[in-house]
Ligand binder design. Sequence first.
Ligand code: ZN
Ligand code: ZN
Length: 293
Amino acid sequence: MSITTNFHTHTTYCDGKNTPEEIVRQAIDEGMTRLGFSGHAYTPFDTSYAMNPQTAMRYARDVRGLASRYKDQLQILCGLELDYFSKQDTTAFDYAVGSVHYVFKKLDAAAGEQLTATAPEVVKFADGGCYVPVDETADVLRWAAHTLYDGDIYGLIEDFFREEADVVRTTHCQIIGHFDLITKFQEQTPLFDEHHPRYVAAWRGALKSLLPLGVPFEINTGAISRGYRTTPYPSFEILKAIHDGGGRIVFSSDAHDKSTLRYWFPQAEELAKKAGFRTYVVLGKTGTEEIGL
Ligand SMILES: [Zn+2]
Ligand SMILES: [Zn+2]
């Protein structure tokens, strides 16, 4: 066992299956050294999966209590997974994972009204446009490309990576979450060509904005444990580009279940080495540290 840390963990306070304490006990049983909780922060237009600000305060109290009760066995951090569009005060938290889960498309009022009736239920109309969740189903992405982008899925992808490029500025995150989440369904239902020049230009553009900021990117294995993919986010090509551009990485399981706290980490470690990385980042109470691979 080499990697004994994870900073992307969900609980029953948002859309996870286990309580923070169940997860802490599991982490201790597994010999983990650091555990960060990252409950989904509030997005006003979609409350289906996230904590509202009051729940977030109860979550923080619960996790802080566990951190002090178990401090001799495990270092516990209390964070948030902030969506690009989250509205949440983060001062009570140790860190944030910054993630793009929606593409926002502006619409004129008439078009918005017309689309509301026919859009998939998970597409939310607010703020003069609509929020398309990119990790819901392939059909939602197909609908969005067809209806909002005249069939041009690369237009949707370019908007996704424009948000991604800006995710550190908007969320002030310490970790960049699942950078190419838009590929979630590609293995099962391929919707676009990952070698298409517009796809490659879109992610390269986002990396160009993000790499100089020095915030680590996740190698996120959450879609593997949940059966969507056989490889983590980001793709190996992107991982190599992060390395070659001087970027840093952090290992994240995006666990929604206590049994997957370090899911696929040994393989992810090999992948990171293959991409050229010699170190990875862990978070502490006072900043980040680099650990050798
Ligand atoms: Zn996420
Ligand atoms: Zn997550």
